[in-house]
Design a protein around this ligand. Structure first.
Ligand SMILES: Cc1cc2nc3c(=O)[nH]c(=O)nc-3n(C[C@H](O)[C@H](O)[C@H](O)COP(=O)(O)O)c2cc1C
Length: 108
């Protein structure tokens, strides 16, 4: 399993570590010319920003070549993740990635 994560204040890094597998930093990968990930399960863990996905996640989902039978998406947020999860599902479908599991987690 590979978990691609984006974190600013650490919540998504915490979540990614709890999920386990191979952890890959999205900001670091975005410096690469090509991003190619193949694994039995590949997921993205990122925060909700302004009821949206962070811009870097949108760009990552356009740039990355991901091959997996099980694509998943986990959002951390302050109060609401459902709308952003909908955006993630649409962005994944545009790449032909079938979102098998998606959820979010709130603080407190
Ligand atoms: C610029 C910014 C915008 C945010 N917008 C939202 C939002 O619209 N909805 C929400 O529920 N949480 C929002 N949050 C809270 C973050 O999603 C939440 O704290 C998240 O867990 C941060 O993840 P991180 O610690 O991995 O960076 C926002 C946080 C920041 C910094």
């Amino acid at each position: 399993m590979t978990v691609c994560y984006f974190t600013a204040s650490g919540n998504c890094l915490y979540a990614a570590r709890r999920i386990g597998g191979t952890l890959l930093s999205i900001p670091q990968m975005m410096r690469q010319k090509k991003i190619e990930i193949e694994d039995d399960a590949v997921g993205i863990v990122c925060p909700v920003y302004a009821v949206e996905l962070p811009f870097m996640i949108v760009d990552f989902m356009k740039k990355a070549e991901i091959k997996t039978d099980y694509f998943f998406f986990i959002l951390t947020c302050g109060y609401e993740f459902e709308v952003s999860l909908g955006h993630a599902e649409v962005a994944a479908r545009e790449r032909g990635w079938d979102l098998k599991y998606g959820t979010g987690t709130r603080r407190g």
